[in-house]
Design a protein around this ligand. Sequence first.
Ligand code: HH2
Length: 263
Amino acid sequence: MGVLNVTPDSFSDAGRYFDREAAIARGLELVADGADVVDVGGESTRPGAEPVAEAEELRRVLPVVEALAGRVRVSIDTTKPAVAEAAVARGAWLVNDIGCGLAELAAAAGAALVVMHMRGTPKDMQRHAIYDDVVAEVRGFLAERAERAREAGIEEIYVDPGIGFAKTAEHNLALLAALPELVAGRFPVLVGTSRKRFLGTLGRPPGAAPLPVDQRGEASLATAVWAMAAGVRVVRVHDVRPAAQAARLLGDGCGAAELEVAS
Ligand code: HH2
């Protein structure tokens, strides 16, 4: 899943694809790089982000969804029912329900769904990063919400631990370590670590500033590969080409035996 942020303020590619034509061109580039799905978002979810009015979000995403929908499976990343509904009406295949409020709508529209774990809203979520057992709490939440979505009639449901959403770096690492456990559940798993802040803090001296976004590529790929090797079905990434190559390698059964034969 390639990330396409049609926003002026996303944490990594802020403003680069805010222009409609630039966004559509980027979507097609993601497809050429090997994306099976393009996730279109018109509102940043970075910690502290300001909310966007519905009319503005619709203006940002709908033409892009429409332009891409005939060429690739499109996902709509939103918390707003009107945005999800209009995007599906224009051909979006999946509702990326990061606020966990759109299952009924996705069911009625016949769309696939991502159920993601978050607490609060992007503006205040980091205040809610308090857990006794983050893995058990996230797993329980996802199982319950996904089951409800299934009962509402949705056939294709993905669960996502919501890396970076109301989570500290330690919480993110605990959830990544627990991916094999999450994958063993009933629903396929989606994970997004790409360029996130915690990747820039790993191995840094205490108190040091995190690595800037453009220096988080290697850690992004490493965590995507770990996720895929753990059995995660979808990885949400900004840099599609290396992740798609890794997916092919793993999907082609890069068991040690086969690699040995090839070499
Ligand atoms: N992460 C972001 C946005 N949407 N959706 C899912 N399902 N899982 C994620 O981990 C996830 C997500 C944040 O990344 P990005 O879109 O690059 O940034 P921004 O929200 O600032 O636009």
